[in-house]
Design a protein around this ligand. Structure first.
Ligand code: DP6
Length: 340
């Protein structure tokens, strides 16, 4: 392939898992990030104009560059991030039989230090931008598979709305697909930030610890059942079941985290205070549920009409630093707005 200009930009949304990915399958090389169970997520679009909860990435391949370089939020990418970026880029360079180096620049519009940053939007935007720059005409399914090489959750951020990721039996069969479009299921997340510091143990490391918990096998087995239940409930527009099952699945993941060796306890006192507030809101008749990723911040799932009441209640909880609201976002997309 001859390239005049191998440069492109893309934007992708982050996502919150309703059925969690925790632990890579040992049957495959770790860099494939093959999850042990099917997962489901909501792609997130922040409702305030400056906080869309997206990553915007521009990449350029050139024969004039001497080495690969990535700059994220104006900082050079650390070594592990660079490795993960190269898992994706090397697979693509191999496919097009090209050895040019790249330069990439990426910005997250997550509020600075809100503890919300996630690799999912970053690797999804990178995958889309890089395939576009290399003029690879790939399907959404293929994009999702390639994004997984960066992080397991990134395969879901290729799609908008509610997304189902198959654990798969091989690299080819482990991909995500859209379960329903953003407007087709009434769900929102009020995000309670209780700690803004980066977590001490990243998910990347945590995935290798999952197998040391006695509860890991039962979580995997139950997650497969949970995924079927949530899929059915989303298609049947049954928010209560989605919330109940998501909450249970979250608790199971944290039980595995807490009982792994070493033990991972991501919750802070304010995490628990928010959980109690959510229980109280339910008793007051508001349909809302919690889910928490590998960190102390809480996503409170509710329906659109309840956002305001839930947000008011959550931001009054002691220890909550700020709250954000997200609704289902769209697919990752190409943009002409280049960052350099
Ligand atoms: C707890 O390795 O996909 O969020 O944590 O952003 O590096 P990063 O991503 P990844 O692990 C995600 C773990 C999780 C659950 C989930 O998103 O499914």
């Amino acid at each position: 392939m001859e390239y005049d200009l191998a440069k492109a930009s893309a934007i992708a949304h982050s996502n919150i898992a309703l059925i969690k990915y925790w632990g890579r399958s040992a049957k495959f090389p770790p860099e494939l990030n093959m999850p042990l169970n099917d997962t489901i997520s909501m792609t997130k679009r922040g409702v305030t104009h400056d906080t869309a909860l997206t990553t915007h990435t521009t990449i350029e391949f050139s024969p004039h560059l001497d080495y690969d370089e990535a700059v994220i939020n104006d900082e050079p990418a650390d070594e592990r991030t660079m490795d993960r970026i190269c898992f994706i880029i090397n697979a693509l360079r191999k496919q097009v039989k090209m050895d040019w180096s790249f330069f990439l620049r990426s910005y997250n519009d997550f509020p600075t230090q809100a503890g919300l940053a996630s690799s999912a939007s970053g690797f999804a935007a990178l995958t889309l931008a890089a395939t576009e720059a290399l003029q690879l005409n790939v399907s959404k399914q293929a994009l999702s598979r390639i994004a997984r090489l960066g992080s397991g959750s990134a395969c879901r951020s290729i799609h908008g709305g509610i997304v189902f990721a198959h654990r798969g039996e091989s690299h080819e069969t482990a991909f995500a697909e859209q379960l329903c479009a953003p407007d087709d299921f009434d769900i929102a997340a009020v995000i309670a930030v209780v700690d803004q510091h980066p977590k001490k143990i990243t998910s990347d490391v945590g995935h290798d610890l999952a197998k040391t918990s006695l509860f890991n096998d039962v979580r995997i087995e139950q997650s497969q059942i949970h995924a079927i239940r949530i899929k059915r409930a989303v298609l049947g527009k049954d928010f209560a079941t989605v919330g109940q099952v998501a909450e249970l699945n979250c608790l199971m993941m944290h039980a595995v985290m807490m009982t792994s060796s070493e033990s991972l306890l991501y919750w802070q006192p304010a995490t628990l205070a928010v959980i109690h507030r959510i229980h109280a809101l339910r008793e007051e008749g508001i349909e809302c549920y919690f889910t928490i990723d590998a960190g102390p911040n809480v996503h409170c799932l509710c329906q659109y009409n309840d956002i305001e009441r839930v947000q008011q209640a959550i931001q009054d909880v002691k220890g909550v630093l700020k709250t954000f609201v997200a609704i289902p976002g769209g697919d990752a997309y190409i943009t002409e707005a280049h960052l350099f």
